[in-house]
Design a protein around this ligand. Structure first.
Ligand code: SAM
Length: 201
């Protein structure tokens, strides 16, 4: 996907999520938050786009940094952060080379809603290495991924590709996200997205 072009023309259907999707993410987050009081620790929203889910994390009590390489998305994100009245650090950078971006480190939660699954193999490995370096020993990684198959726009990833890239991690859970695109796009692309939860092996 050409993300810069997509934001430039206002094509961002991934921002139009419904209650089922929200609840599927909320139940994953509750698992990470169980038995803890805010502040919940540092969270990194990878490919944060317009910061929608980073803001949600901040509202729940996480200390959030969001990173993305599209300036227009980040500007929308900054406006949203301000409107929401939360604290969230927004950084422009490449998720496949996070050591070059000033996102910080010591993240207990890494959330990616739709970035990893459009990366090629080399980029997948770059992102996984970056995450590995910035995550705490007890961190959880949550990835939202389309399956790998022939579809326009998004490459998709297989479970094996996730396991190979995140070689020091294990997939503990795979759950449906109930993500839906607008009807015509849904029919053409059939995203069938799932959440992958990873912990260090
Ligand atoms: C499907 S969008 C999801 C945006 C946001 N997480 C959301 O759910 O609204 C994927 C995002 O990943 C970002 N992205 C893709 N490849 C990237 C890279 N190599 N470095 C930084 N951001 C990237 C895109 O700019 C886009 O904002």
């Amino acid at each position: 996907m050409n993300w810069k072009l997509a934001y430039a023309i206002g094509f961002h259907p991934w921002e139009e999520t419904d209650l089922d999707f929200f609840q599927s993410l909320a139940s994953l987050l509750e698992r990470e938050e169980q038995g803890r009081e805010p502040p919940l620790g540092r969270a990194l929203d990878i490919g944060t786009g317009s910061a929608i889910w980073g803001i949600e994390l901040a509202k729940r009590g996480w200390e959030v940094s969001g990173v993305d390489f599209v300036a227009k998305a980040l500007n929308r994100g900054r406006e949203r952060v301000q409107a929401a009245g939360v604290e969230m650090k927004i950084v422009q950078g490449d998720v496949t080379r996070l050591s070059e971006a000033e996102v910080g480190s010591g993240f207990r939660l890494i959330l990616d809603t739709g970035t990893f699954h459009d990366l090629d193999i080399e980029q997948q490995h770059g992102m996984a290495r970056s995450v590995d370096a910035l995550a705490t020993q007890d961190a959880t990684v949550i990835l939202l991924c389309w399956p790998r198959r022939i579809r326009p726009l998004i490459r998709g990833v297989s479970r094996e590709e996730i396991e190979t890239a995140f070689s020091g991690w294990e997939i503990t859970d795979v759950e449906p996200s109930f993500f839906k695109l607008p009807p015509l796009l849904e029919w053409v692309l059939r995203p069938d997205e799932h959440w992958y939860r990873l912990r260090r092996a």
